[in-house]
Each structure stands twice: as structure tokens, then as C-alpha cells.
Design a binder for this molecule. Structure first.
Ligand code: PLP
Length: 426
């Protein structure tokens, strides 16, 4: 696949930063190499010496003096190499992408560590979206994505979804405005990307089925567009086997996948990773060379020490315990919704993630109800309009999160919501 036609003028114009290239080289050099090259500060002058971080299971990860110097120093832009290798093993085990190989020269697929998936995604949009482009996107969708894409001056085309995510037939209908041969004609503005959240969607809680993903991938091949797979709730799929990802189906090199450690290791440490065709990941890395330089090396080393101690099996065991927690929370929220909201609202029980998406009966726009009345009743929710492409468009939906509150608080919160809806409808 030739990825050149997908790039914005800005992305195509990016050149490597010579000093950054030197840092990457130094990271891979043996200790005998004498570097008079880089502008790296001397870590002996830094005030931090070592760290011991206690884990919930009582063990600890140690960052000794030598490792601490590495953690406090500038590092390679695509990520600390040992962490990238660990994550590649993980991707291979979970997705076995048809085009992922381990040689940076031969492989078509590449990875880089990002400061949360949000950094990776916003750089992916900067790389691919030019003013006037048509961009296909789940409707409704994550407000952080809308914040990253809207200012790029593109035309967002919302693809209708249900509890199983994007409806392939609806996607086909949208694309029937173009003929597949229009793809070769830039003036026809056939969509070049589809952005989707495949599991436990934010805000809808929807998860795409394998059949739908296969169908959507075929449509992407027919109309030659890229799929941006934003999957921070992948590890929060409540039942096994987990659905195969778009990445696992990607025989062409048209999928860019954003993963996140935010929901399973820490949201504040800011760790995510992109996996995708090497020519595209390389462009994101060039953008990072000119902006963040790299994700915090301390964060990466801390995570790496943990992952090396756990191994992939230990990591997946931890993920299982997180799933257990969210599944119980989901069950508590559904039980309370059944108790208080039956007849007042409708919903589907999510199979992944941390959100319940409810359609409120008899309230065509939930904005006032949630932003004024619910707040004064001391229950916080998000009105559906926050996730509309045009946020001034009314929505009868509400997003409730079951991540932070106890089952008792969830029960009280939904009881308060029920009384608000009853008062509103009088
Ligand atoms: N994408 C979606 C769909 C999200 O829900 C979130 C966070 O809530 C993100 C991306 C950003 O996650 P991160 O913390 O990895 O930047």
C-alpha cells in the first residue's frame, strides 16, 4: 500500500531532527561508545537517586541508581527500546497482525509509545486530516476526539451506530455518494479515514461484533480508506474470547491502532502506544521529534520494570482482576437502573468499558436536566449532546459511568436521576 496520498502537506513536509536521530543511535550503542555528540545534561547533577515503588500485592519495583539515570535522561523518540520490544511481543500475542515483523527495515508494521493514547490519536489526525477532507466517525463519539479533529477544518460524517457499534449498511449508504474509482480523484473528496472505538465505546458502551468488523474492513478495502482503531477499553472486555481487532485483520496495512494503559495501569502516568504501517508511524514519530521529544522516560521505565517483573502472563492476570472489578460494577449499575429507571429510560447492558448509555423517555434534550437540575441534586452525569458532532444538536441520551462510585452510590445516583426525570415530565 502506498500511504503517501493520505498525508497532509504538513506531515509530508516533516524532516528528521538530526539531534533526535543521534539520541536514537546512542540508545542502541554499546557502553564503549564515547559520545561527544548529544546535548544531554549530566544526570549526576540531578537531585534524584533511586526509587522503590511498592505494589498493591506487597512486592516492589526497584529503580536503582544506574536505571534512574536512564529514567531521568532524554530517550529515544519512539519509546524506550526495551518497552517497545515488550509491547511488540504483547501485540503479537493478542493481535498477531499479519504484517507485523520485528525487523525495522523489512517490517511494514511499526510501534511507538505515546503520552496516553490521546497524544497518539491527535498526532494521527494531524498527519491525515486536511481542511475540507471528509472524515467518517462513530456517531456519537468521544468528545476528546471531536476536540482533536474539529479544528482541522474537515467535514465530519457521523456513521450511525447501535449497541453493536457502526452499522455496516449505514456506512455503505454514506459511501454510495462516491464510486470506488472516485478514490483516485482528490477533487471528489472520498473519505480517507474512518475513526472508530471498537469496544465499550465512549459514550455508548457499544462493542463491534467480529462479523461487523470483517464487513467494515472489506468496505475499507473497496473504498481504500484507513481505519483508526481507538481501543482504550480493549482490556475491559467482560467476556472471553475477546473480539478480534481490526489490527488482527489488517492484511493491507490500512489500520492504525491506538492502545492505552490508562484504564488498567494508570491514567496519570500517561502511557499509550500506536501500532500501524511503518510509513505512518514514522511520520507520527517525526511529529514527536518536533514536539514532546518522547513520553516521560521515568514513566516508561517504571512501567517497563513492572511489565518485565510480571511477564505477559502476569500482565494478563492483572487485566483479569481489573475486568472482574468493572464487570461487578456494571452489574450493580444495571441492577440499579432496572430498579429505578424501568419505564423512564432504555439502555443496553455494555459488554465492555465503563459506561452505560441511556435514552431518557419524554426528555428530547437532556442538557438542562443534567447540567442544571442534576448538579443541584448532587448527581453528576454527562448529557448526550456532549458527544454529538454538533454539540448544539439536542440529545435524549445520558452517559453514566460505573468506574468510580460504589454500588451504593450508583444506586442513590440513579434514584436521584429517576426523581429528576419524573419531575421533568410532569
Ligand atoms: N479514546 C477514548 C475513546 C477514550 O475514552 C479516552 C479516555 O477516556 C482516550 C481515547 C484517551 O485515553 P488516554 O488516557 O490513553 O490518553
Amino acid at each position: 500500500m502506498n500511504h503517501t496520498r493520505f498525508l497532509t502537506a504538513v506531515s509530508a513536509a516533516r524532516q528528521p531532527s538530526p539531534i533526535r536521530a543521534m539520541t536514537d543511535l546512542l540508545m542502541r550503542s554499546p557502553p564503549s561508545v564515547i559520545s561527544l555528540a548529544g546535548g544531554a545534561p549530566n544526570p549526576d547533577t540531578f537531585p534524584f537517586k533511586s526509587a522503590s515503588i511498592t505494589l498493591n500485592n506487597g512486592t516492589a519495583i526497584e529503580i536503582g541508581e544506574t536505571l534512574m539515570k536512564k529514567a531521568l535522561q532524554y530517550s529515544a523518540t519512539p519509546g524506550v527500546p526495551e518497552l517497545v520490544s515488550w509491547l511488540k511481543e504483547l501485540q503479537k500475542k493478542l493481535h498477531n497482525p499479519p504484517t507485523l515483523t520485528y525487523s525495522p527495515d523489512k517490517g511494514q508494521m511499526a510501534m511507538c509509545v505515546t503520552t496516553g493514547s490521546q497524544e497518539g490519536l491527535s498526532k494521527v489526525f494531524d498527519m491525515l486530516v486536511s481542511p475540507g477532507d471528509n472524515v467518517l466517525i462513530d456517531a456519537p463519539t468521544y468528545s476528546g476526539t471531536l476536540a482533536a479533529v474539529k479544528p482541522l477544518g474537515c467535514n465530519l460524517i457521523g456513521v450511525p451506530t447501535d449497541q453493536h457499534g457502526i452499522i455496516p449498511q449505514a456506512l455503505k449508504e454514506i459511501l454510495s455518494r462516491w464510486r470506488p474509482e472516485d478514490v483516485a480523484l482528490p477533487e471528489k473528496k472520498a473519505p480517507k479515514i474512518l475513526y472508530t472505538i471498537p469496544n465499550g465505546g465512549n459514550p455508548t458502551g457499544a462493542s463491534l461484533t467480529t462479523e461487523r468488523k470483517t464487513e467494515i474492513y472489506k468496505i475499507a478495502q473497496e473504498y481504500d480508506f484507513l481505519i483508526v482503531e481507538d481501543d482504550p477499553y480493549y482490556f475491559l472486555q467482560f467476556s472471553k474470547p475477546w473480539a478480534p481487532s481490526f489490527l488482527s485483520m489488517d492484511i493491507d496495512g490500512r489500520v492504525i491502532r491506538a492502545d492505552s494503559m490508562s484504564k488498567i495501569l494508570s491514567s496519570g502516568l500517561r502511557i499509550g502506544y500506536l501500532t500501524g504501517p511503518k510509513p505512518l508511524i514514522d511520520r507520527v514519530v517525526l511529529h514527536m521529534q518536533a514536539s514532546t521529544l518522547h513520553t516521560s522516560a521515568f514513566t516508561q521505565i517504571m512501567i517497563l520494570q513492572l511489565l518485565q517483573q510480571w511477564g505477559v502472563e502476569g500482565f494478563l492476570k492483572h487485566v483479569d482482576s481489573v475486568i472482574q472489578f468493572y464487570r461487578t460494577q456494571r452489574d450493580a449499575m444495571i441492577a440499579s437502573a432496572d430498579k429505578w429507571l424501568t419505564g423512564l429510560a432504555e439502555w443496553h447492558s455494555p459488554t465492555a468499558g465503563m459506561f452505560l448509555w441511556m435514552k431518557i423517555h419524554g426528555v428530547p434534550d437532556t442538557h438542562q436536566l443534567i447540567m442544571l437540575k442534576a448538579i443541584s441534586k448532587e448527581v453528576l452525569l454527562v448529557p448526550g449532546s456532549a458527544f454529538n458532532i454538533d454539540s448544539s444538536e439536542p440529545s435524549s441520551y445520558v452517559r453514566a459511568s460505573f468506574s468510580l462510585s460504589t454500588p451504593e452510590q450508583i444506586d442513590q445516583g440513579l434514584e436521584r436521576l429517576a426523581s429528576l426525570i419524573i419531575a421533568e415530565r410532569k
